[in-house]
Design a binder for this molecule. Structure first.
Ligand code: OOG
Ligand code: MG
Length: 262
């Protein structure tokens, strides 16, 4: 660690106040250019612990940068992960409040509901599917705390991978017999097609993406727990929205999920 004592707490305060006050802030690597991935994950962990002290509950995991185009855009070869907390979950019938967010974007996701603890460093997509009770259509709302949504990999890891809100649709299916890689998806804004994609956009198969995260966690003695929900990574690029907009994501066999913004 090359961070001096107390700097991690300062960064946590900085990012949490940006989120609470709904304002963008200069990215942390402007001041700490040598921040390592390991340090960024340590900051992320502190940030989540602080949210827990303030009453939030950890309910799962989310993957980011799981598509080749997104990785190339960032000049990286690896995905990233962050935590989901219960206060991020928005019921489908409740409008998303724009004035509580900074510059949100919506992206299509597949949610995995985990029925058994899963920990290890040799976990495969098949292992993930074995413990997945259901998959469901989901939308993630990402809302980077950084100016103009621009950051380096270490910045975004520390910022809990831009996590902000998520919405889960009401059709839940067992993944057994579902072709999650071939699953087609259309995301629309106010009835007009905005993006299209398929499950394979996520590291070839969404369960591969979840397995990657489990192995990453396994290396530091952590894992998924029974009851966790995992967002496996965006299936297309994220789109901006404003008050009055409705975003809907329709999956071929998995049904749809939508939200309106007010
Ligand atoms: C980082 C988070 C990306 C995903 O599914 O790729 C993410 C960002 O692009 O702000 O959640
Ligand atoms: Mg996402």
């Amino acid at each position: 660690m090359n961070l001096t004592q107390g700097v991690d707490t300062e960064i946590v305060d900085y990012l949490l106040s940006a989120e609470k006050e709904c304002r963008e802030v200069v990215k942390i690597t402007d001041q700490y250019p040598n921040l390592t991935f390991e340090e960024a994950y340590a900051i992320q962990e502190k940030l989540i612990q602080r949210k827990e002290q303030e009453g939030a509950r950890r309910i799962g995991l989310k993957l980011g940068l799981t598509s080749k185009p997104k990785q190339e855009m960032m000049g990286v070869h690896e995905a990233i992960y962050g935590y989901l907390t219960d206060d991020m979950l928005v019921p489908e019938w409740r409008p998303v409040e724009f004035n509580k967010l900074i510059h949100p974007k919506a992206e299509p996701e597949i949610a995995f509901f985990i029925a058994e603890d899963l920990q290890g460093t040799n976990i495969t997509a098949a292992d993930v599917l074995r413990v997945t009770q259901y998959v469901a259509p989901a939308i993630e709302i990402i809302d980077s705390r950084y100016l103009n949504f621009k950051f380096t990999l270490t910045d975004v890891i520390a910022d809990n991978c831009s996590s902000s809100r998520f919405i889960v649709g009401n059709k839940w299916l067992s993944p057994i017999g579902l072709d999650l890689a071939g699953l087609g998806m259309v995301m629309s804004k106010n009835g007009e097609v905005a993006t299209v994609g398929a499950g394979a956009a996520v590291l070839g198969h969404p369960a591969t993406s979840v397995a990657w995260a489990v192995n990453k966690l396994g290396a530091i003695g952590k894992g998924l727990r029974k009851g966790d929900v995992v967002l496996s990574g965006a299936i297309s690029e994220a789109i901006m929205f404003e008050p009055g907009d409705t975003i809907a994501v329709q999956f071929a066999e998995l049904g749809s999920v939508s939200f309106s913004c007010k």
